[in-house]
Design a protein around this ligand. Structure first.
Ligand SMILES: [Cu+2]
Length: 122
């Protein structure tokens, strides 16, 4: 997996796979199925800031960790919530190479159920 990083504004997202973060404190769609090698753009469209933070125990075995802010572990991301926030108009792109299910959450709104998953098919 390659974390492409932060893009601001009208970035195309390559494969057209987009998950938006909206004012209802949820990821839309909550589950997205893609093919291995495709890129997903996580785009913040609400006035509230959100993060895209993977659960370390919610990744396929050989997949790399990903989180907005570029953190390499879930612990680092949790220790620096502000460093992972995406404000309105910002997006974060992740290329998924390893098939399997990836679970992730939003740091500020995890306890309100703001979680999602990406299913990567071979
Ligand atoms: Cu959020």
């Amino acid at each position: 997996m390659v974390v492409i990083g932060l893009a601001v504004g009208g970035c195309s997202g390559g494969d057209g796979n987009t998950v938006t973060m909206e004012s209802g404190r949820r990821f839309e769609p909550g589950m997205l199925t893609i093919s291995a090698g495709e890129t997903v753009s996580f785009a913040s469209e609400s006035e509230e800031a959100h993060s895209v933070t993977a659960y370390e125990d919610g990744l396929p075995e050989s997949a790399s960790y990903f989180a907005s802010g570029g953190f390499e572990t879930e612990g680092e991301a949790r220790d620096d919530v502000a460093g992972g926030l995406l404000s309105q108009g910002q997006s974060f792109e992740v290329k998924f190479d390893v098939p399997g299910t990836y679970r992730y959450f939003c740091l500020p709104h995890e306890d309100q159920g703001m979680t999602g998953r990406i299913v990567v098919e071979e």
